[in-house]
Design a protein around this ligand. Structure first.
Ligand SMILES: C[S@@+](CC[C@H](N)C(=O)[O-])C[C@H]1O[C@@H](n2cnc3c(N)ncnc32)[C@H](O)[C@@H]1O
Length: 307
């Protein structure tokens, strides 16, 4: 893909994340006093950062959690998913699949990082003259608000892409279905099935997650699994993975999107300044939002499993 096109797409996604998070934050806090806004923001912010830093599950039910997740974590998650799907295609001779359609069960889909990653990877393959399959994703998540956040970003992103003058191909359709863990075992002929779980492993629920993934695996018999997680979570990822000893490091050396997200950065900053929250941890200045933060690839990994 041409570097200029990639930059335009990254710019559209930056705008989509900033706009969608902004709307969600305004909606969630519409009837709150300034005092309450400050309290809730600090609480949601603390839960998200502190718990994720300790590999514990944040309170995703907090009304501000989805928007804060989008502003702080979504860009890197999308970039890692994008890199992972491109790497899988590279290993398969430049295609995601040889079949006409690809169905992915996305456990812990959250704000749809896997959907954005597949969208971008398919777009890149099309720009490079390769075919892309029809794509369907079954969305599995406890938090309907996290999923709604991803859908909101997706709608804005789709609209913005239609206005890009230099996009040589149309954004491929990626159909999503919200399900309650019950995936449809019947897919059209000439389809391939994958199982994805991106950064969705938490210690207090590891047995529950292990059982759900084992059940999904048994019902859809995926030919490929994609698992991403924090390096310190390696043991747990192995424990919950239904792919037995088949996990392989995807060996991603570089992420496709780089540089800053200026609109997402401004959105973050205006909220933090309003509530006097200083974002500096461990001596590291985290004010600028980057697609590929220094700690990203060092601290997080992507694995595939063969079914
Ligand atoms: C860190 S977010 C990751 C979201 C997305 N996969 C990504 O890469 O950005 C983890 C998500 O997993 C979901 N989750 C955690 N445990 C779950 C479970 N047992 N069943 C369904 N969803 C779960 C949470 O609600 C949250 O949206």
């Amino acid at each position: 893909m041409d570097e200029q096109v990639r930059r335009s797409i990254a710019g559209a996604l930056d705008t989509a994340i900033a706009d969608a998070a902004s709307t969600a934050l305004a909606e969630a806090s519409r009837d709150w006093s300034d005092d309450r806004k400050g309290r809730e923001l600090r609480q949601a912010f603390g839960s998200l950062h502190d718990r994720l830093a300790n590999l514990e599950m944040p309170d995703y039910r907090h009304p501000l959690a989805p928007a804060l997740y989008a502003l702080w974590y979504h860009p890197f998650q999308v970039n890692l998913a994008y890199a992972s799907f491109l790497r899988i295609a590279q290993r398969r001779g430049g295609r995601l699949t040889d079949r006409a359609a690809l169905y992915v069960a996305d456990f812990g889909c959250g704000a749809l990082a896997a959907k954005f990653g597949l969208w971008l990877a398919a777009l890149e393959l099309l720009c490079d003259g390769q075919p892309a399959p029809r794509i369907g994703i079954d969305l599995i998540d406890d938090s309907a608000d996290m999923v709604a956040m991803g859908e909101r970003i997706g709608e804005r992103f789709e609209t913005l892409l239609t206005t890009l003058p230099d996009l040589p191909v149309r954004l491929p359709a990626v159909e999503t279905r919200r399900i309650n863990g019950i995936v449809d075992v019947n897919v059209p002929p000439d389809s391939e099935r994958w199982l994805a779980a991106l950064h969705a492993f938490y210690r207090p629920r590891q047995d529950d997650i292990r059982d759900t993934l084992a059940d999904l695996y048994a019902r859809i018999t995926p030919t490929l699994g994609l698992l991403t997680f924090h390096r310190d979570n390696y043991g747990m990822a192995e424990y919950v993975s239904p792919f037995a000893s088949d996990l392989q490091d995807l060996e991603i050396c570089r992420l496709p999107l780089s540089g800053d997200l200026p609109r997402t950065t401004r959105r973050r900053q205006s909220w933090l300044q309003e509530f006097s929250i200083v974002e500096r941890r461990g001596g590291e200045d985290r004010r600028r939002v980057q697609w590929a933060p220094v700690r990203g690839l060092r601290d997080n990994v992507a694995f595939t499993g063969a079914g």
